[in-house]
Design a protein around this ligand. Sequence first.
Ligand code: PLP
Length: 456
Amino acid sequence: MSKIPYKIYLEENEIPESWYNVRADMTAKPAPLIHPATLKPLKFEEMQPIFCDELIKQELDDTTAEIPIPEEILNFYKMYRPSPLVHAEYLEKELGTPAKIFYKFEGSNTSGSHKLNSAIAQAYYAKKQGLKGVTTETGAGQWGTALSMACAYFKLDCKVYMVKVSYEQKPFRREVMRTYGADVTPSPSMTTKIGRAINEAHPNTTGSLGCAISEAVEAATSKEGYRYVLGSVLNQVLLHQSIIGLETKKACEKYGIEPDIIIGCAGGGSNLGGLIAPFMREKLRGEKNYRIIAVEPASCPSFTRGKFVYDFCDTGKVCPMAKMYTLGHDFIPSANHAGGLRYHGMSSILSQLYHDKYIEAVAVEQTNVFEAAEIFARTEGILPAPESAHAIRAAMNEALKCKQTGEAKTIIFGLTGTGYFDMTAYEKFNDGTMTDYIPTDEDLAKGFASIPEVNL
Ligand SMILES: *Cc1c(COP(=O)(O)O)cnc(C)c1O
């Protein structure tokens, strides 16, 4: 085995040619999406007005382990993949830890995050179905940017409903999307029924992801030749993101790296689900026993304080219901929350795995997260996205534990993206005006009150 380089790059011809569907190896399968009126699992035909046909098949497929990646998608992947697995030698030195730390860096494409891995797949299947375009929501803007790049590649129309506060505070993200040809509307808008209703009920609202989702779904279902696409949470998205874990595993095998701990930040769960997929396969089969840690913000603690129940995926209740760890679809994180990962729910796959104790979760506070982000930027050179910095924080905490015990554990974490568009959050941290807010049980109770009564 050759010496481990600082950056492990696989060859272009080593990009995995199939995605891996972890549901195939789960004995307790994730609960299906259900129809809010009938409470029965959604059938293919019922999803057709909302989602692309091939993506519905992937959503419903709990048994096929390997799903070949179409050549057109592989061609696009080649523009920015394989992504490097980096040995964080400089961070290790700074921490003085005997631990070995590696990170899989997904931020080296223009959209700046892992979301492009699924955006290109979803755009491809929409194109293949002969659709005119897709609609979606975006919060901070990474997903909208990724989707606009993917749609530009396949010459598809792209309509993005962007949470109003981000639309106003992140004009550069908005302009990147428009540069790639997307049509960007601040949400809630007056262009949809649900948007008008939300504006009427809350005239000064700055919007939320759940509300933008409702608008995007309405826009897709009321327009001929359009479908709705989503950048996280869904089974299909975790499937596409398995490319992250498959490449990581290959790189590990090439250099004899054996991880003890695998860490990822968790918003809707797609990067973590993708990173751990092939490792979870071994864990589910009893071949290996990795510690897997999901890291979430203390201000939006779906795993660590949420309920594992059926809930709506959106505020407007136009989407199906999913069984997941949720804070309630009316939950909105406090206004001082700056670091992303603000979705109220969590992937059904990860929720089931967490429920069955295959993964652990920790919640971290944002000032600690930004402290870790700055140490990382100053040692490893990359300016991390605040979301990614949650994983950095947890990885550093584990490495510091190793320093105390003297154990040389191997830690791999997902560095999901770069933070160039998050400088308002960094500014707050640098100015010392960033605060932490941990919701009280009463705060959470308000969100829980919105959970529907179907959970008998
Ligand atoms: C969207 C995003 C996340 C969180 O989404 P998941 O679906 O939980 O992966 C994390 N990091 C970055 C950079 C993102 O853009």
